[in-house]
Every structure is written in structure tokens, then in C-alpha cells.
Design a protein around this ligand. Sequence first.
Ligand SMILES: [Zn+2]
Length: 143
Amino acid sequence: MFTDEYFMGMAFQEAQIALEKDEVPIGCVIVANNRVIAKSHNLTETLNDVTAHAEMQAITSAANYLGGKYLINCTLYVTLEPCVMCSGALSWSQISKVVIGARDEQRGFINKNLSLHPKTEIVSGVMENECSSIVKEFFKAKR
Ligand SMILES: [Zn+2]
């Protein structure tokens, strides 16, 4: 039951909440021991803050929950590939695993030849179509 698809589904629900708020629809959850310890969605418009990406909030929230700054033994599920800022933060967190829904060829960290912490496992393409479509549809509607 606790598959990557299951937790990505929860991240996708967060993206849908962002969409309802007219935010770029990106969501994420952080899981430890098959339990969601943080969930968030992009809030850059609501908070008027370019750093309010879903991942940044979830990292802070998970560290608060755990009572320590490192996210060892945690997995982040995020609907869109993290940007350079978020990949930097994830790297500092030493998170064990990052599961990505859709790739972001332009702004994602992978094409920038950046890597996360050496111990971080990266999985990509979980619920890729849904995670990609929700962002594409959002920007199509904006034009
Ligand atoms: Zn980001």
C-alpha cells in the first residue's frame, strides 16, 4: 500500500490545493517510516515570497517535526523536479530519497548538472503525466 504512487498521489493533492489558490500547482510531502510528516504546496503568490516553493516549506516543517535539521531516513515526494534553490536546500538536509513526478527541463536541477547529497537516491517519473499536465494546463490558461 505504501508505494511511491501512493505518496505521490498525496503530493498531487497538494498541487491541486495550490491550483485552487491560483498558485503554480506544485505540491510535495515528506515521509518518514511510511508516515507523512510534512506536506505543502507552492505559495509564492499568497506569501509574496519567491522562496515559498513547496519543498522549502516542507523541509522546514519536517525538521520542526523531527526536532533536528537533517532529514536522514526521509523521502520527499514532489510533483515537479526541484529547482536549483530547492535542490540546494535538499542537499543541505541530507534527505535519503527524492521522488519526482515530472521533470522540469528548463528550471530543474538535473539539467544544471547539480546533484543532491551523495547519499540521496533519486527516482523520477512517478505519476509523470498527471504531474506534468496540471502545470502545463495552468500556464496554458494564463496565456
Ligand atoms: Zn524550488
